[in-house]
Design a protein around this ligand. Structure first.
Ligand code: TXA
Ligand code: MG
Length: 363
């Protein structure tokens, strides 16, 4: 999906990456969603290095990335042999989702095969798998002939990287970290996660692929966490690490404003007099009269279409975070499931934003 041929790297570089993975090293790789920080998914020591590089608690499970079968340009692909060494059972629903969306930005959670190290799954009996669509990483996976664990290549709780330069910025002092440059990520937010290890499919993380689209293409109903909790008579919905209230967070304070209510959002920051970046939909011409005499707003246009907004989201947060604003205000995403992925990331980014965002009060 992403990365034109000029940004693809030579097979010598891929070979070096394969060697590094085989030696238990880390390799950052591009995907269509965000960049991942990769290690051999069946090497517990290598997996531990991923957790320590990110500063991620070891009970937060990782996604295993796998190659599509060789004949992946043919209309009928047999994924069962590929999955056999990772998962225990593959339901009819699983095959429908896989055939409709892999390779692509959809992660599926299964009961794990006993050979999958508990280090990769945060000690759980389930494993998250996805086949990313980026051609460079597909080539890496095919040549590696194994699975690669890959959390987003950012420090724990911070904004996910959507370019090779972002990864370098996150891990500046890890000089020996090999980073495969596959250009800018096409989707821009992390994959949709659907849990197939329970009695019915449950959405664990919203993304570009929505339950509505899944239903339309496959007839499979994916339950939202609160719907699932209600059926099961549970009070707690299933959780993933991205479901911490603080995540994807810039260091500059970030807030959302309701349509036409920029000044309300400022109420929380009475001392701010200047340097406020206000994003406005590119479909609205400007903030109009919605100003404030003592505050200098600077307008930034953001796409009013959900797919383009997602594509620019982390890029915008990173760039604004480096420009020294006192406050960043973004418009609240409109209602509708196509905005759920963006809304989810923005709410957590707001909650965790600000200079003390390392504290993660909700861990
Ligand atoms: O788009 C993506 O999914 C990116 C790219 C690199 O593939 N990866 C990514 O990884 O977002 P990470 O580690 O930042 O997020 C993985 C999410 C976490 O929220 C984790 O809790 C959840 O997947 N997860 C992994 N294994 C799981 C499991 N067995 N059960 C439930 N959730 C799981
Ligand atoms: Mg992440």
């Amino acid at each position: 999906m992403s990365g034109d041929s000029s940004s693809l790297q030579s097979s010598a570089v891929i070979q070096e990456a394969v060697q590094s993975l085989r030696n238990g090293g880390l390799v950052a790789f591009p995907t269509e969603t965000v960049y991942g920080l990769g290690a051999d998914a069946k090497n517990p020591e290598a997996i531990k290095k991923v957790f320590s590089a990110k500063g991620r608690p070891s009970n937060h499970p990782l996604i295993v990335h796998i190659a599509a079968p060789d004949k992946f340009d043919q209309s009928h692909i047999d994924w069962v042999p590929v999955l056999a060494s990772w998962v225990r059972d593959i339901s009819e629903d699983a095959l429908k989702l896989i055939n409709a969306f892999w390779p692509g930005p959809l992660t599926l959670v299964f009961k794990k095969d006993k050979t999958v190290p508990l280090e990769a799954t945060g000690g759980q009996d389930t494993v998250a798998i996805r086949a990313p669509a980026h051609p460079l990483t597909q080539e890496l996976l095919r040549k590696f002939k194994g699975g690669i664990v890959g959390p987003s290549a950012n420090r724990f709780g911070k904004v996910s990287p959507t370019s090779a330069a972002d990864v370098r910025h996150e891990f500046e002092e890890m000089l020996d970290l090999m980073i495969l440059d596959g250009g800018d990520c096409a989707v821009g937010i992390e994959s949709t996660i659907v849990d197939l290890s329970r009695d019915c499919p449950v959405l664990l993380r919203p993304g570009l692929i929505t339950p509505g689209e899944i239903f339309k293409k496959t007839g499979v109903k994916v339950f939202l966490p609160h719907e699932y909790a209600a059926i099961e008579g549970q009070t707690e919905a299933p959780k993933v690490s991205g479901s911490l209230r603080a995540h994807y967070a810039p260091t500059t304070p970030l807030r959302l404003y309701a349509p036409g209510r920029v000044l309300d959002a400022l109420g929380e920051f009475p001392d701010i007099k200047s340097r406020v970046a206000v994003a406005v939909w590119d479909s609205d011409s400007s903030l109009g009269g919605d100003g404030h005499p003592s505050v200098h707003f600077e307008e930034i246009l953001v796409p009013s279409d959900s797919t383009s907004f997602a594509n620019k989201l982390y890029r915008t947060l990173r760039d604004l975070d480096q420009q020294g604003w006192d406050l960043i205000l973004l418009p609240e995403p409109p209602a509708g499931e196509e905005w759920d992925g963006v809304r989810d990331r923005l709410q957590r980014a707001c909650f965790g934003s600000g200079p003390s965002s390392n504290s993660h009060a909700n861990n």
